[in-house]
Design a protein around this ligand. Structure first.
Ligand SMILES: Nc1ncnc2c1ncn2[C@@H]1O[C@H](COP(=O)(O)OP(=O)(O)OP(=O)(O)O)[C@@H](O)[C@H]1O
Ligand SMILES: [Mg+2]
Length: 284
């Protein structure tokens, strides 16, 4: 899914806390500021009834509510020019963090500020219409992102060329026929060509081939050199080490470590190893 705010002027977006407190805007070299962020998901589901309950209630299930605390008090800043790797196990809260920063879901507590236009590449292919071709989706994505029709038309060819480079032509085929790597190419190309100040990438590179990854890394480097900020969620620790100059590690909704990507990925690997060997990970 790709989203982009409309104005070309950098602007301050502040989401108020639940208690109504709105922090004062101030000029900084920050791109992102996250303070004591909590996100709690509430879901209702059908409890599976016992045989007796099912008979008595004629098969009607019992509604139950479950809450998941996906983020539990996360705080950090991202300066312009930083490519921040976000690592951690499945369910650690990484995608949730990006969703809040992209404004897709609100914080349950705490606050989040972003300076500039954010472009988000969340889960692969989300936001694309599978029945339409890649080119049509690029057009729609650009319009949804608030670009004018002329801007979109001007950029479409460029985005399509970048997506296809070094591979067979696929851009005019329906996206339901795409391989996951072709999907990733289109998503990534749209995201980076929208001129974002803050680029958020959630596992978009993992299915790309070596050629695509190299060009993607180059593109990210280019954006970083223009003092843009980037958040890069990945399980590919090598990519994180290669692309990022800063890193955070989330575990069960908490930020457990921040530092140089080499150190943080090494600590994370060590932690995984400790878990595997059955030692008490709480000690670390
Ligand atoms: N819409 C939702 N409703 C309820 N719970 C959710 C929802 N989305 C995520 N969760 C839960 O929140 C927690 C964090 O999920 P999240 O997707 O942020 O993890 P992640 O770090 O991105 O994991 P992965 O590496 O598997 O992508 C998980 O326990 C997940 O089950
Ligand atoms: Mg995720």
């Amino acid at each position: 899914m790709i989203s982009l705010s409309e104005s070309s002027e950098p602007r301050l977006k502040i989401r108020a806390r639940k208690d109504g407190y709105v922090p004062e805007p101030e000029r900084t070299d920050l791109a992102v500021r996250v303070r004591d962020l909590h996100v709690t998901y509430k879901t209702t589901f059908e409890k599976r009834p016992t045989l007796k309950q099912a008979l008595v209630r004629f098969g009607r299930g019992v509604r139950a509510t479950q809450t998941v605390e996906a983020l539990k008090g996360v705080s950090f800043d991202v300066k312009n020019g930083t490519t921040l790797g976000v690592i951690g196990s499945n369910g650690a809260g990484k995608s949730t963090l990006l969703r809040v920063l992209a404004g897709i879901i609100p914080p349950s507590e705490g606050n989040v500020e972003t300076w500039g236009r954010a472009s988000t590449m969340l889960a692969l292919g989300v936001g694309f219409n599978a029945a339409l071709t890649g080119r049509e989706n690029i057009l729609l994505g650009g319009l949804a992102a608030g670009l004018t029709k002329k801007q979109v038309l001007d950029r479409t060819q460029q985005i399509a060329d970048w997506a296809e480079e070094g591979s067979d032509r696929f851009i005019d085929r329906p996206m339901r026929t795409y391989s996951s790597g072709q999907n990733a190419r289109v998503g990534f190309s749209v995201g980076v060509h929208m001129d974002p100040d803050i680029l958020m990438v959630d596992e978009a590179l993992s299915t790309g081939d070596a050629g695509f990854r190299e060009r993607a890394a180059h593109k990210l480097e280019e954006l970083r050199a223009q003092a843009r900020a980037m958040l890069f969620v990945s399980h590919g620790l090598n990519s994180v080490r290669e692309l990022c100059n800063d890193c955070i590690w989330l575990d069960h909704g908490r930020l457990v470590m921040r530092g140089h990507p080499d150190e943080v990925t090494a600590a994370y690997l060590e932690f995984l190893h400790v878990k595997e060997t059955g030692m008490n990970a709480e000690e670390y």
